[in-house]
Ligand binder design. Structure first.
Ligand code: NAP
Length: 300
């Protein structure tokens, strides 16, 4: 499977990664089963996915622990690119968070470490400076920030140390096209979109009868008329998917990979078959017309 370089880092990844917030993320999704989570990871690694995205907050360390267990069981740590995150910005707390992640992941280096959210107190370049020290010590290989405004990102990257930026971006939520994406392109940062499937809404499997009993029950895009309008847009995608004999999720994921600054994506999966299914994206080629049509459906 062809691997690409993540921005200007030395990390090489399959463009289809795995978002692991449903692996051990019991605080986000009720009724998760750790054994199924481990099977999701095993399937991903077996099928050539090598970019795993996790965070302390996914199950308060449980997601990281499960990733550590499965990589140890399967071997080949050097073939996996692990990205994780911590909420801390304060330099000493941030360093402590990295040490704790290393333990849970049973590894002596983390490939990509993100500051998960900015805080109000710490100057952003100081927070990133702490990660730069860890990078120089070989404890992390690349530096990321997540959920930063453009001003916070500029401050964080004052010394040019930020490698990757992760933010919410999908066909329904495109405000980052105005600021973060152009900044990433100009400065050689890789942009990793989260919620690429809009928490499943862009997967093409929901109908107006679908109900949700997890975090989605309170998200505006799943409510009332907005939900119906969103489903109608997804149906228009299905027309394009049908002509290509692929699924809606595949053309959605393929579309992101046509965007500047996006090298890889991290769709989430709750079951092993979703992991396998998302890999079909690698066989989708979108024409210029199809890219523009998809764009236009979601401009309205
Ligand atoms: P997502 O990727 O937008 O949606 C994933 C959901 O879509 C799955 O749980 C599944 O839900 C459905 N799905 C997956 N494959 C599918 C397919 N082939 N066809 C149809 N439906 C499919 O949402 P996410 O997992 O929340 O976000 C992705 C990753 O981004 C996370 O795992 C996490 O690593 C990261 N993230 C980061 C932040 C941050 O603050 N930096 C925030 C959120 C997420 P159902 O089975 O329920 O349909």
């Amino acid at each position: 499977m062809e691997q690409i370089r993540l921005g200007r880092t030395e990390l090489r990844v399959n463009p289809i990664g795995l978002g692991a917030n449903a692996v051990g993320g019991h605080n986000l999704y009720p009724n998760l089963n750790d054994e199924i989570g481990k099977d999701v990871l095993r399937t991903a690694l077996k099928q050539g996915i090598n970019f795993l995205d996790t965070a302390f907050v996914y199950g308060h360390g449980r997601s990281e622990e499960l990733i550590g267990e499965v990589i140890r069981e399967q071997g080949g740590r050097e073939n996996v690119v692990i990205a994780t995150k911590a909420f801390d910005n304060n330099p000493s707390l941030l360093k402590e968070a990295v040490e704790n992640s290393l333990k849970r992941l049973q590894t002596d280096y983390i490939d990509l470490f993100y500051i998960h959210y900015p805080d109000v107190e710490t100057p952003k370049d100081e927070a990133v400076g702490a990660l730069k020290e860890l990078k120089d010590e070989g404890k992390i290989r690349a530096i990321g920030v997540s959920n930063f405004s453009i001003e916070q990102l500029r401050e964080a990257n004052k010394d040019g140390y930020v490698d990757v930026v992760q933010d919410e971006y999908n066909l329904f939520k495109r405000d980052r096209e105005k600021d973060i994406l152009p900044y990433a392109k100009e400065n050689g940062l890789s942009f990793v979109p989260y919620f690429p499937l809009a928490s499943g809404l862009l997967g093409g499997k929901y109908t107006k009868e679908t109900t949700f009993s997890d975090v989605r029950a309170s998200l505006p895009m799943f409510q009332g008329e907005t939900f119906i309008t969103n489903l109608e847009k997804v149906e228009r995608l299905r027309e394009i998917a049908d002509t290509k004999q692929v699924e809606v999720a595949h053309i959605v994921l393929a579309w992101y990979l046509t965007r500047d600054a996006i090298d890889a994506i991290i769709p989430g999966a709750k079951r092993p078959e979703q992991v396998e299914n998302n890999l079909q994206t690698l066989f989708v080629r979108l024409s210029k017309e199809e890219i523009d049509r998809i764009d236009q459906i979601f401009q309205a």
